[in-house]
Design a protein around this ligand. Structure first.
Ligand code: I3S
Length: 128
């Protein structure tokens, strides 16, 4: 996977720490389980890594660590979803395969940046 990841990775658009929970898998609802995740936007994918403590934006390299999971942004949908959580600054990402994730940050500006950046990638892929 790491080799594939390296070969496919075009440009690293964004990386940072967000709170994450998966709420659906293939359209089937899952129980929430929030945890901090190191999130990397690279090429057409959002990639999630565990162990965020060992990561910083300056030292992150694709080969350094094993991704926990990754999401293909082609055809994905993004919505603000504050009604789905008691936390503030929550958005929902839904993939074409029916996987749904909530992502959250306490920092307003940071979550707004993530939302806009992911939406830009989705829009770009929609135009292709
Ligand atoms: O939407 P919910 O079910 O109220 O989500 C909360 C629960 O998942 C809760 O866990 P358990 O009830 O399974 O122990 C989590 O601890 C909360 O964080 C979830 O709600 P928020 O509002 O934080 O998304």
């Amino acid at each position: 996977f790491e080799l594939t990841f390296l070969m496919r990775s075009q440009e690293l658009e964004k990386a940072g720490l967000l709170n994450k929970t998966k709420i659906a898998e293939g359209g089937r609802k899952l129980r929430k389980n929030w945890s901090p995740s190191w999130v990397v936007l690279v090429g057409n994918s959002l990639v999630f890594f565990k162990d965020p403590k060992s990561q910083t934006p300056s030292n992150w390299k694709p080969g350094n660590s094993r991704p926990e999971s990754s999401v293909d942004l082609r055809g994905a949908q993004l919505h603000w979803a504050n009604e789905l959580s008691s936390k503030k600054n929550v958005f929902k990402l839904r993939t074409v395969t029916g996987n749904e994730f909530l992502l959250q940050s306490e920092t307003d500006s940071l979550i707004k940046e993530w939302y806009d950046t992911i939406q830009n990638v989705i829009d770009r892929l929609d135009r292709e």
